[in-house]
Design a protein around this ligand. Structure first.
Ligand code: 5GP
Ligand code: 5GP
Length: 200
């Protein structure tokens, strides 16, 4: 019997909450929870291949790092670390297009709003309700990773969804990631009044 090693099994599509959600990355993964990275050093990020996508990437895939940048370094990092491990299904441009299209499909903000959850309201929310809302919207349970704010409250850090090996359809997660779990009560990080805006 001949078995061919697959270059990956599925993807994690990872978003971070901001005023809307924004993309962190589209990460090839194996069903056993391990993952390949930095698979092709000859295929480094070429910004000319996405120059016409730049304005939509600025909006949908901004870097939230401080100090904020124009995103190019973040996109380079994501393509080179993760995208190059799925060259069998897309080139650089296709990688960014696939993620943009998944973001539209997921529409996390709308899924939450349908359940009466407005991430920007500054209130605490039950984890159960956030998970249920996203599960109803997309059809599959997400993995939600949290961090802790300066007052010690758990806040949503990233939302992971699983995507089939063609980077097209959401699927049930073959395995959940190992991120930091959340308590029962979480908040969404605040990006408006108190923080970044005042610095402008
Ligand atoms: P962290 O240590 O912050 O959880 O993850 C650091 C980086 O490792 C992530 O930005 C991502 O590039 C990669 N990473 C972490 N967990 C996973 C995973 O389960 N699957 C994949 N494909 N990449 C991961
Ligand atoms: P990963 O390796 O986990 O895919 O991506 C995380 C890397 O991208 C880190 O080196 C981090 O400093 C950088 N980065 C730049 N902008 C962002 C952002 O908006 N969110 C996250 N999580 N990482 C960012």
């Amino acid at each position: 019997i001949l078995t061919v090693a697959k270059d990956f099994d599925f993807f994690y599509f990872v978003q971070q909450p901001a005023e809307d959600f924004s993309i962190h990355g589209l990460w090839p993964n194996y069903n056993d929870g391990t993952y390949p990275s930095n698979c092709d050093s000859t295929n480094s990020f070429d910004d000319s291949k996405v120059s016409d996508l730049e304005s939509v990437l600025q909006k949908e895939w901004p870097t939230l790092a401080c100090p904020s940048g124009d995103g190019l370094k973040f996109w380079r990092h994501e393509w080179e670390k993760h995208g190059t491990c799925a060259e069998s299904i897309f080139d650089e441009r296709g990688y960014f297009e696939a993620a943009l299209s998944l973001k539209k499909k997921a529409n996390l903000l709308r899924a939450l709003e349908h359940a009466g959850i407005r991430p920007a309201d500054g209130k605490f929310h039950k984890m159960e309700q956030i998970k249920d809302a996203i599960t109803k919207g997309v059809g599959y349970a997400p993995y939600i990773e949290c961090n802790v704010d300066s007052s010690g409250y758990h806040q949503v850090y990233q939302v992971y969804q699983c995507v089939d090996a063609s980077a097209t359809n959401f699927i049930e997660c073959p395995v959940f990631p190992h991120g930091r779990a959340c308590g029962n009560k979480v908040e969404f990080p605040s990006f408006s009044s108190a923080s970044s805006r005042d610095e402008l």
